[in-house]
Design a protein around this ligand. Sequence first.
Ligand code: TDX
Length: 335
Amino acid sequence: MKILITGGSGFMGSNMIRYLLRTYPEYEVLNFDKLTYAANPNNLIEADGNPRYQFMKGDIADEIAVEEAFANFNPDVVLNYAAETHVDRSILDPKAFLMTDVVGTYQLLEAVKRHGTGKLVQISTDEVFGSIETGAFTEKSPFEPNSPYSAAKAGGDHLCRAYWVTYQTPVVVTHSCNFYGPYQYPEKVIPLFITNLLEGKKVPLYGDGLNVREWIYTEDHCRAVDRILHDGKAGEIYNIGSGEETTNLDLTNKILELTGNNESMIDYVKDRAGHDRRYAIDHTKLSNELGWEPKTSFTEGLAATVKWYLDNKEWWVPLKSGEYEDYYQKQYVDR
Ligand code: TDX
């Protein structure tokens, strides 16, 4: 099988590429990535030189580049991991989110339609549903996005639905709870807090710290996308969740304990604008129809993640110190 992965140099995309190359010895992967700040030149060092792995620099919102990737690689399936994903950045500057998450998704849908590609799997988020006080979002919950980020993802997801209904473009949409694990850019709460503590810095906890998130370990998410990629039905939506809910304060306390710190390292800071109180997602459909279950408990996954950041300082220290600025600058100049 030939799989085109967009955003393959980022956290989830690079984990999926490693997973696919390892799990399916005959599969070929093209990583199509814009190399924004969230991509890391060291994410796929072990795939470089693998004859089943290719890289092409490109932006999913760029019709010509997308066409070139489809025409040259001729994928059987496309996994759309490319997205601007950080809520705080979307509050400061929404434009890039609209370009990548809406226009980019549109360009991929058009290319899949044009080339008769077998399937597009849209990697999306539970944030499109908004915030939920009790219970959990199902695949039928209405979209109520509250940040420019989640509104942009909702726009892309709505286009997926419209392309299926209007043109029968074979697209499957996934909504996942919060991901965590190795290689996550240290702006998201888990890697930010771990790396701050490893550097002896305090952790900025927003508001009262009682917002709730559901957490899935990256390897479990890869296994879920694997099931959907092979057996997910076109036009369907699948929620990916773990059932592992925690308040940000509990999460922080766990990280403090795992890194040998205490509550004195918490810096309670001003709350995020429009901060969603709670996300929770019902993944019954994925379990019942595709036989998937998460395997890694939050306790286990968090300990493994802390260990990874401890063992891989050379991966994140340059990111936090801005050492790659020239590298990204160069990528932008090249484009
Ligand atoms: O410094 C921080 N302090 C803090 O208290 C940061 C960065 C976050 N937080 C809080 C805000 C959230 O309640 O931690 C929680 C998690 O924050 P993020 O890691 O920014 O994730 P979230 O806002 O929940 O959105 C994430 O999950 C869904 C991803 O960023 C999205 O891309 C994904 O779709």
